[in-house]
Write a protein that binds this ligand. Structure first.
Ligand code: 6PG
Length: 238
């Protein structure tokens, strides 16, 4: 059962709520522990949320000096490549805020040996992220954990080099260990193409190999109306 399931009319509305909630979780983490370890997702869906987190008119800034940023996955491309998840977050968020460079822990997608980059990233990851932002693919993947991926059964490493069925194929992803250890999960999904996968992730029979996004079932799911279309009435609140 999801910690919370909220549906908004549009991606724009969903993004405002996501940014506000991330601010609250960040403040609470810093108050409690003095640090906020944030894992970012790649993909298109969180872009507007990232822009809002960087916009002083949209709300107060995150406690950037105390925020440590990580990623749930990376494509095997250089950081300035249009497909880079780091590049995306840098462009829309990190380059626009006062985060110390030392607080940004990217996955080295440009490494000619992705397995080595995965090992390095495993060492960089903290024991537990305070908040991990995730997306979901139409096939039910999350991070770069695709259906049937051997990485879904890696209970030793926290990052793995994988070959994805979706371009770009070579990627580095967190393993289920990181999702399971995260204090909070925020899953963002928008658009009708996601409706079937969202329903399978939240209310389908448990089968991680078929729908890896079930790993995030316990999280806060924030959907637009189209992505929530296949959920049963009554499952979602406001
Ligand atoms: C990536 C992701 C991936 C993403 C989903 C949804 O690197 O592609 O981290 O898990 O979140 O594919 O992507 P969209 O938001 O673009 O639909």
């Amino acid at each position: 059962m999801a910690e919370r399931l909220v549906v908004r009319e549009s991606l724009e509305e969903l993004s405002f709520l996501a940014a506000d909630w991330i601010r609250e979780v960040a403040e609470a983490a810093v108050r409690l522990r003095g640090v906020f370890a944030l894992g970012l997702s790649g993909g298109f869906t969180p872009v507007r949320t990232y822009q809002l987190l960087a916009d002083p008119k949209a709300g107060p800034p995150l406690p950037w000096a105390a925020t440590q940023v990580y990623w749930c996955d990376e494509r095997c491309v250089p950081p300035d490549h249009p497909e880079s998840n780091y590049g995306l977050a840098f462009k829309h968020l990190l380059s626009r805020v006062a985060i110390p460079l030392a607080n940004v822990h990217r996955i080295r997608g440009e490494d000619a040996e992705p397995a080595r980059a995965a090992t390095q990233y495993d060492r960089l990851l903290p024991p537990r992220l305070d908040l991990l932002v995730l997306g979901i693919g139409e096939d039910g993947h999350t991070a770069s954990l695709f259906p049937g991926s051997p990485a879904l059964h890696d209970h030793v490493h926290r990052a793995a080099a994988v070959v994805a069925p979706k371009p770009p194929p070579r990627r580095i992803t967190i393993t289920p260990l990181v999702i399971e250890a995260a204090e909070r999960l925020l899953v963002l999904a928008a658009g009708e193409g996601k409706a079937a996968a969202v329903a399978r992730a939240l209310s389908g029979p448990e089968d991680l190999d078929a729908c890896p996004a079930q790993l995030a079932r316990r999280g806060f799911w924030l959907l637009d109306r189209a992505a929530a279309a296949n959920l049963e009435e009554g499952m979602h609140g406001r």
